[in-house]
Design a binder for this molecule. Structure first.
Ligand SMILES: *Cc1c(COP(=O)(O)O)cnc(C)c1O
Length: 376
């Protein structure tokens, strides 16, 4: 079975990880600092490395002060973690619909969803296409809220020349193996705000305060560290940080190859009227993580099963987050975000990863074409 996503691991990646095993620092060491510096160089802002993209969301919402009594506006066409982490902090999640072309949070819907209690608007760079960040941050800031960009799909992308990481108050990344670069499990929070970065660092490490000037009981002794706000252990080990730094040296190549594959699918499927190929807005320089094909004739499930039976590992991204029973049990109902639901009903993600060959792409496209009765 051809996978729909797969990591690219080089000999240099292997050497970088094994080198750390022989040092004193398996975690909380210099490879983490270096990875954070490397991420800052790529994203344009300070980065805090954590253990997953989910941890990054949890840390980012915590740094934003999200808690009970607050509303967080979230795009529903996403992995459940974008919403679940805000709910876990006690916030009221409000889903706002997406745009039909990109699948990204619709600024008009976000604006309509904002309340006096909104503390964060969370958009998702669906498939790797950046959100309309300037418009969304104006809406957030006018409401006294922050813009969070879930960039699990899009590190390495740009919007009107600005890098993903420079677009929002808080940007979260994931380094799961299928994503644009990997640390096995891993993630990061990126922000231009020193206070949000300090909040993220605190929550990642139990909320421990080691700086004597900031301590309530600085004279307790030289061993003393104290907690002012609860946190968790979301520290990324040095082993994985070293893999991340090594992977980052190839991020541009990964993004370029993903774009080539994307364009090859576009060309191969452009004349099939039963499907719709992904849209790209003016000003967007996506780092394509997914190839979301839309099946317009209602046969999405049949095509999905046919592709799987033909050895093509496809996925569907995503069931609307509020369809998960945990949200249904809280009173969220189907029909709330009709554009996201229609997008979901049509969507199939075709295989997309840097080591996919042109011949693989052509074979996948010809299975799709043949299914609808067209030659290759
Ligand atoms: C992968 C992903 C996450 C979660 O990242 P993990 O590293 O798997 O925890 C969150 N949001 C989106 C949009 C994702 O694709």
């Amino acid at each position: 079975m051809l996978p729909y996503g797969r990591q690219s691991i080089s000999d240099e990646d292997v050497a970088a990880v094994t080198a750390v095993l022989g040092t004193d620092w398996l975690t909380t060491g210099p490879a983490v600092t270096r990875f954070e510096e490397d991420l800052a160089a790529v994203t344009g802002n300070a980065a805090v490395a954590v253990t997953s993209g989910t941890a990054a969301l949890h840390v980012a919402y915590a740094a934003a002060g999200v808690g009970p009594g607050q509303d967080v506006v979230v795009a529903p066409l996403t992995f459940v973690a974008t919403a679940a982490t805000a709910a876990l902090l006690g916030a009221n999640v409000i889903f706002a619909d997406v745009c039909d072309d990109t699948g990204n949070l619709d600024p008009d819907a976000a604006k309509a969803a904002v309340t006096a209690s909104t503390s964060v608007i969370a958009g998702v760079d669906y498939a790797g296409h950046p959100i309309d960040a300037s418009v969304l941050s104006d809406i957030a800031h006018d409401a006294g809220a922050l813009l969070l960009e879930d960039a699990a799909h899009s590190v390495g992308g740009r919007w009107h020349g600005h890098r993903v990481g420079e677009l929002a108050d808080l940007t979260t990344l994931s380094f799961f193996p299928t994503k644009n670069l990997t640390t096995a499990e891993g993630g990061a929070v990126v922000s231009p705000s020193p206070s949000l970065i300090a909040g993220a660092r605190g929550f990642r490490n139990h909320g421990l305060v080691r700086d004597r000037d900031a301590q309530r009981f600085p004279d307790e002794g030289p061993w003393h560290q104290e907690v002012h706000a609860f946190g968790l252990n979301y520290r990324l080990p040095d082993l994985l940080a070293a893999l991340g730094s090594s992977q980052l040296t190839r991020l541009d190549a990964f993004v370029a190859r993903r774009a080539e594959i994307h364009a090859r699918y576009d060309a191969a499927l452009a004349d099939v009227p039963e499907v719709r190929t992904p849209s790209r807005r003016d000003g967007a320089d996506p780092a394509w993580h997914l190839y979301p094909l839309r099946v317009l004739d209602g046969r999405r499930r049949e095509l999905f099963e046919h592709l799987r039976a033909s050895g093509v590992g496809v996925q569907v991204n995503y069931v609307p987050a509020y369809w998960h029973p945990v949200f249904e049990d809280l009173g969220y109902r189907r029909g709330m975000c009709p554009v996201a639901e229609e997008y979901y009903r049509q969507e199939i993600s075709l295989p997309l990863f840097p080591d996919l060959t042109d011949a693989d792409v052509d074979r996948v496209a010809s299975v799709v074409r043949a299914y609808f009765g067209y030659g290759s």
